[in-house]
Design a binder for this molecule. Structure first.
Ligand code: HPA
Length: 287
């Protein structure tokens, strides 16, 4: 399979970002910037980033634009909780029609900007019956159904200068970042569950049979993002922290009165913003 992007494309995007922040109070070199991907409805956290430059995805060479609701589609470089951050306010998804290579392009650009630690957030349906809507779940591991179906961003000629051909995923979600996140949650009195995230293509929500199946194979939450980004980040030697917001309880029986809807997902996303902002801010202070 031929690759759409090579080092030249990653470098030209990274160079463009550097040019945009030139002359600003912010700088990346020597700062160990933290990468952030803010999923559905997390716009307010992006607004807390200070002194930065907000660059619409469409202005960065080779970046694709986000068409998803609740995803502003900007890369913001600035200061948050004592750290320099490169934050994607909104992400791009496989269900928008982009390839997994396109989805993960920004991750490699972040790596070239010096990002070694990446915090991924998303909205997910709860499968674990103990989870409640509005809970957060620390991603401890994942099930990559889209990858199993052949859509893996690491397929194709390997770029050895970025990472190894056969990266291990045993510790994809770094233990030290997980421990920090758990300690921060405890300190703030925020419930942080732990579980396995299943990545499905979407854009439809799951059928009741699929929900029962996902539970049976060990998934605790299900969503339509995050895993390709984690793969590319781990391949590039980054440490990854993943936090899902359980925005809805996945429905496992046909005679359910309720139904899963984008409105419910967005509404829960809105309600949790202050708690998630507090949690991520505290984690940034601690890492
Ligand atoms: N399924 C898949 N993706 C989701 C869900 C869901 O129930 N909720 C939020 N994103």
């Amino acid at each position: 399979m031929t690759k759409q992007f090579g080092l030249a494309e990653y470098d030209s995007a990274a160079e463009y970002v550097r040019t945009r922040i030139e002359g600003r109070r912010i700088q990346l070199a020597g700062e160990r910037p933290v990468g952030l991907i803010l999923g559905s409805g997390l716009n307010p956290l992006a607004e807390a980033i200070e002194g930065g430059e907000a660059i619409p995805f469409g202005e960065i060479p080779h970046f694709r634009s986000s068409t998803a609701p609740g995803h502003a589609g900007r890369l913001i470089v600035g200061r948050l909780a004592g750290q320099t951050v490169a934050a994607m306010q909104g992400r791009i998804h496989f269900y928008e029609g982009y390839t997994v290579e396109e989805i993960t392009f920004p991750i490699r650009v972040m790596r070239r900007l010096g990002v070694e630690r990446l915090i991924l957030t998303n909205a997910a349906g709860g499968l674990n019956p103990r989870f409640r809507v509005g809970d957060f779940m620390l991603i401890v591991d994942h099930l990559n159904f889209v990858g199993m179906a052949g859509h893996n961003p690491l397929i194709g000629p390997n770029m050895e200068s970025i990472g190894t051909r056969f990266p291990s995923m045993t510790h994809a979600y770094a233990r030290n970042l997980r421990q920090t996140a758990l300690a921060c949650a405890q300190e703030l009195g925020i419930t942080l569950r732990q579980g396995v995230y299943a990545f499905l293509a979407g854009p439809n929500f799951e059928t009741p049979a699929e929900v029962r199946y996902l539970r049976m194979v060990g998934a605790d939450a299900v969503g339509m993002s995050t895993v390709p980004e984690a793969l590319v980040a781990v391949h590039a030697g980054m440490t990854v922290l993943g936090i899902s917001t359980i925005t809805n309880a996945a429905i496992d029986h046909l005679d359910s009165e309720g139904d899963t809807s984008e409105e419910e997902v967005m509404e829960t996303g809105r309600v949790v913003v202050p708690r998630l902002t507090a949690l991520i801010t505290r984690i940034l202070e601690q890492i």
